[in-house]
Design a protein around this ligand. Structure first.
Ligand code: NAP
Length: 455
C-alpha cells in the first residue's frame, strides 16, 4: 500500500519535473522534483514486502555511489559523453534484469506476453548499452569521431538486427530455446556498436538522445516484466522525451533521422575551395575592438563552444554589464546547437546571471541582424558559418545559422583560424566586414572589459 502510494506521488513528480524543465527559469526546480521522485521510487520499492534481502542492494548502492560521484564531476563540455555512459548503465541494468527473469521464468511459468516483453527489454537494453558506450568513446575521442563505413554496411547491420528479431520471435514461440535467447543478447550487443560506428561525432548528441529513448522503452518493457507501474510511467516519459529531443536537435541541424542514422555525417568535411588566391583577413586588438563596441548602439554577442571550453561566461557577463551601463543595447544570440549539448549556452549564461530576457533565440534575432552595429562572436564558428546557407557541397549545408554576416561589423574572438566541430572552413573570416580578435576567450574578454573600463 505504502509502496503504491509513493509510486503514484513519484509518477506525478516525474511528470511535473519534465514540465518544469521546459523553461530555463524553472529548470532547477524541475531537477529537484526529479530527484525527489527518484528517492521516493527507490524508497517505496525498498519498503515493498517483496524485497526482503538488502545486503546486495546495499553493496550495489555503495558501488553506484562510488562510480556516480566522480562521473558527476566532469566539466560541462563532457556532459554528452557522461550522459551516454549513464544510459549505458541504465540499459545494462534493464538487459540484466531481462536475462535474470528469462532464466527464472524459463522453468515453465512464462507467458508469451512476458517473454515478448523480456525479448524487447534485452534487445533494446543491449543495443542501448553498447551503442551508448561507443557514442561516449567517440565523443571522448578515444575512438575516431569520423564515421567508420564499409560497403554493404546497412545490409549487414539490418541482417544482424533482423536475425536478432527472428530469434526473439522463436524464443517467444518456444521459451525453452535458451541458446536462441543468448544469441538475441549477443546480436543486440553487436548491433549497438554497428549502429553507432558509421555515425559521425557531430551527430552523436542526437544519437545519444535517441538511445536515451530506447533505454526508456526498455524500462517500459522491464515494468511489464516486473509488473511495476512506476517503471512503465518513468520509462514511457524517458522514451517519449528522448524521441522529442532527438527530433528537436535534428530540426536545429536540419538533419533527418534517416540521415543521422545512415548518412555518415562528417565524412565529407571538405576544405573550402580557395581557387589558388591567398585569402586575407583583418585582425584587431582588444583596444581596437573596444572602440567598435563603445561607438555601437546595438551589440549582439554570439557565444559558442569556445566560450564554454574557456569558461568565459562570468567575464562575458562583466562585459555585458559595462556595455549596458554605457547605454549600449546588448543581446545574446542563442543557437540551439551552439556548444556541445542542447541548451549549453543557456546553462552557462544563466550560471553567470545574465538576464534571461537578453537571451534571444536564433529565429527571433535573425531579422534584427541588419540593424546590429557590432556582432561579437565568442568562440562560435559552425553556428554562424554562411556555408550552411550558400554552399550545397558543404556537410553543414541546410543547418540554420545565426546570420551574423548581415550585421555591420563582425568581430570573431577565437584563438586562431581553426575550424569548428564540423571541420568546415568559415569564409566569413575573410569578409571585409570581419575583424579577427585572437586570444583565448576568458583572458581576451577580461582584457576587453578592462580596456572598456579605462576608456
Ligand atoms: P564550433 O563550431 O565547434 O567552433 C568553436 C570555435 O571555438 C572553434 O572554431 C575554435 O577556434 C574556438 N575555440 C576553441 N577554444 C577556444 C578558446 N579557449 N577560446 C576562444 N575560442 C576557442 O562551435 P559552435 O559554433 O558553438 O558550434 C557547435 C558545433 O558543435 C556545431 O557543429 C554543432 O552541430 C556541434 N554539436 C553541437 C552539439 C549540441 O548539442 N549543442 C553537440 C555536438 C556537436 P580556434 O581553435 O581557432 O580557437
Amino acid at each position: 500500500m505504502i509502496t503504491q502510494l509513493t509510486y503514484i506521488i513519484a509518477g506525478g513528480l516525474f511528470i511535473l519535473s519534465l514540465r518544469l524543465m521546459n523553461s530555463p527559469t524553472t529548470a532547477r526546480k524541475g531537477v529537484f522534483c526529479g530527484i525527489a521522485a527518484m528517492v521516493l521510487a527507490v524508497g517505496g520499492t525498498l519498503m515493498s514486502p517483496s524485497v526482503d534481502r538488502f545486503t546486495w542492494i546495499a553493496v550495489a548502492m555503495v558501488a553506484g555511489t562510488l562510480v556516480g560521484i566522480p562521473l558527476a564531476q566532469v566539466p560541462i563540455t563532457a556532459v554528452p559523453q557522461r550522459t551516454a555512459l549513464s544510459h549505458a548503465f541504465g540499459a545494462l541494468a534493464a538487459a540484466l534484469v531481462g536475462i535474470g527473469k528469462f532464466f527464472v521464468f524459463s522453468h515453465g511459468e512464462t507467458t508469451p506476453f512476458v517473454t515478448s516483453a523480456i525479448i524487447f527489454e534485452v534487445l533494446l537494453g543491449g543495443i542501448t548499452c553498447t551503442g551508448s558506450i561507443s557514442a561516449a568513446l567517440k565523443l571522448q575521442e578515444v575512438i575516431s569521431g569520423r564515421p567508420i563505413t564499409y560497403p554493404g554496411q546497412n545490409f549487414i547491420n539490418f541482417s544482424v538486427l533482423g536475425a536478432a528479431v527472428l530469434l526473439g520471435v522463436w524464443v517467444v514461440i518456444d521459451p525453452t530455446q535458451s541458446w536462441a535467447f543468448i544469441a538475441v543478447v549477443v546480436l543486440a550487443l553487436m548491433f549497438g556498436i554497428m549502429l553507432v560506428l558509421p555515425i559521425g561525432g557531430a551527430d552523436m548528441p542526437t544519437v545519444i538522445s535517441l538511445l536515451n529513448s530506447y533505454a526508456g522503452l526498455s524500462a517500459v518493457a522491464m515494468g511489464f516484466v516486473l509488473n511495476n507501474h512506476l517503471l512503465i510511467i518513468a520509462g514511457a516519459l524517458d522514451g517519449a522525451s528522448g524521441l522529442i529531443l532527438s527530433i528537436i536537435m535534428c530540426k536545429a541541424m536540419n538533419r533527418s533521422f534517416t540521415n543521422v542514422l545512415f548518412g555518415a555525417f562528417g565524412q565529407t568535411a571538405k576544405k573550402a575551395v580557395d581557387d589558388g588566391k591567398e585569402k586575407v583577413y583583418r585582425s584587431v586588438d582588444a583596444e581596437g575592438a573596444v572602440e567598435y563596441l563603445r561607438s555601437a548602439q546595438r551589440v549582439v554577442i554570439v557565444p559558442g563552444y569556445g566560450m564554454a571550453v574557456a569558461q568565459a561566461q562570468h567575464k562575458v557577463r562583466e562585459l555585458f554589464d559595462l556595455l549596458t551601463k554605457a547605454d549600449v543595447d546588448v543581446k545574446f544570440a542563442i543557437h540551439p546547437v551552439a556548444g556541445r549539448m542542447p541548451g549549453h549556452m543557456n546553462v552557462l549564461l544563466a550560471e553567470a546571471d545574465v538576464p534571461y530576457d537578453n537571451l534571444i533565440e536564433m529565429d527571433e534575432i535573425n531579422p534584427e541582424m541588419p540593424q546590429v552595429d557590432v556582432v561579437l562572436v565568442i568562440g562560435a564558428n559552425d553556428v554562424v558559418n554562411p556555408a550552411a546557407k550558400d554552399n550545397p557541397g558543404s556537410p553543414i549545408y541546410g543547418m540554420p545559422i545565426i546570420e551574423v554576416d548581415k550585421a555591420k561589423t563582425i568581430i570573431f574572438l577565437k584563438r586562431g583560424m581553426g575550424s569548428g566541430f564540423s571541420g568546415v572552413e568559415n569564409e566569413l573570416f575573410f569578409n571585409p566586414k570581419t575583424l579577427m580578435l585572437f586570444g583565448s576567450a576568458k583572458e581576451t574578454v577580461a582584457h576587453l572589459a578592462a580596456e572598456f573600463k579605462k576608456s
